[in-house]
Design a protein around this ligand. Structure first.
Ligand code: FES
Length: 350
């Protein structure tokens, strides 16, 4: 599980996440908490979901705002002495301790999957996001692919006990049964609340599901066009759901888990950060944010998918291309560094 090189790195980083166990250091930790800028969380339990996915349950300290089902939060993890932040959807239902469900993809997620243990400390920012349950009861269709199930699991666990007869269809695409996160929990939820009808689609058995194909979807959910639709997962999957819903006048509520890089350009670029007097080469598939992080230059960021605008940094010279739209941006002013790359030179006040 995980990249072998990363495993070696994790071994080298052993102990970094350890929570102090002796009472004195425990007290020191909480003494430090009063002046800490960020809320801290303490891991209470780690549950293996699939071979490469775990759910990390934690209690949150003062300053944590209770999450709403479907929201995400930036979580900070100490890796090799550096605190690195990534956004994670919260998989726990509302009104309880939070949890995140993490698939081993990328440095921070692999670190969490390999090393998270009860007692470890996490750093927390407040939950945010507008992927939320409707205020009024309505028939729902959740279209989910892969780890897109994580915020939806929070929604289902929140919604079904609140309205046990609620009419909800979940179409959940995953590679196979083994990689299907929360498979058994979803079946148990459906047993308990008959209004929930899960439809599992395993691509190894049935091939790819074209979520923009009305006939294919009608076989799984005949009245899909009459339901309020939620979609969560990879950009291409969510866009397909949007295309189909749009064709019958619907606007689904969506959350994307990645960015389709349609306009990477295939060429290297160069970015300069004037405040830190740093010039970096940017790889053909890298964003400005990723290039900065590779050089351990911290830039602000949140969702990393062009949604939240937390990553705005002033462009002072040169140009950038948006990797999703291909739009060229030359005017000096704030730029989303998570979805742009230099074209081919860009200068930032950072
Ligand atoms: S980090 Fe959210 S828009 Fe860039």
């Amino acid at each position: 599980m995980g990249h072998p090189g990363i495993k070696g790195f994790f071994r080298a980083a052993a102990g970094i996440l350890s929570y102090p166990q002796d009472p004195r250091s425990f007290a020191q930790m909480f003494g430090a908490l009063s002046s800490a800028h960020y809320t801290r969380g303490r891991i209470t339990r780690v549950r293996r979901e699939t071979p490469d996915t775990v759910t990390v349950f934690f209690t949150a300290g003062d300053g944590w705002i209770p999450h709403r089902a479907g929201q995400w939060a930036r979580i900070g993890v100490e890796v090799d002495g550096k605190r690195i932040w990534r956004p994670y959807s919260i998989s726990a239902p509302e009104h309880g301790d939070p949890s995140i469900t993490v698939k081993a993809q990328g440095l921070v997620s692999e670190h969490i999957v390999e090393r998270a243990a009860p007692g470890n400390v996490l750093y927390l920012e407040r939950p945010e996001g507008q992927f939320l349950l409707p205020d009024t009861p309505t028939e729902l269709l959740f279209m989910v692919a892969g780890s897109g199930i994580t915020p939806v699991m929070s929604m289902l666990q929140t919604l079904m006990p609140r309205r046990p007869d609620h009419d909800v269809v979940l179409v959940y695409v995953s590679r196979n049964r083994e990689s299907c996160i929360f498979h058994d929990e979803i079946l148990e939820l459906a047993d308990q609340f008959p209004g929930l009808r899960p439809v599992f689609w395993f691509t190894e058995e049935r091939g790819r599901l074209d979520a923009s194909d009305a006939d294919a979807l009608a076989e799984l959910c005949p009245d899909h066009a009459d339901r309020v639709t939620y979609a969560c997962g990879p950009d291409s999957f969510v866009s397909a759901v949007e295309d189909l819903a749009g064709s019958h006048g619907g606007t689904p509520v969506v959350e994307r888990f990645d960015v389709t890089r349609q306009f990477s350009g295939g060429q290297r670029g160069e970015v300069r950060f004037t405040r830190s007097d740093m010039t970096l080469e940017v790889g053909p598939d890298e964003t400005v944010l990723e290039a900065a992080e590779r050089a351990q230059h911290q830039l602000p960021h949140g969702c990393r998918m062009g949604i939240c605008h937390s990553c705005l940094v002033p462009l002072t010279d040169g140009a950038v291309t948006n990797i999703r739209t291909g739009e060229l941006h030359r005017e000096p002013g704030p730029v989303q560094t998570c979805v742009t790359r230099p074209a081919p030179h860009a200068v930032f006040d950072a």
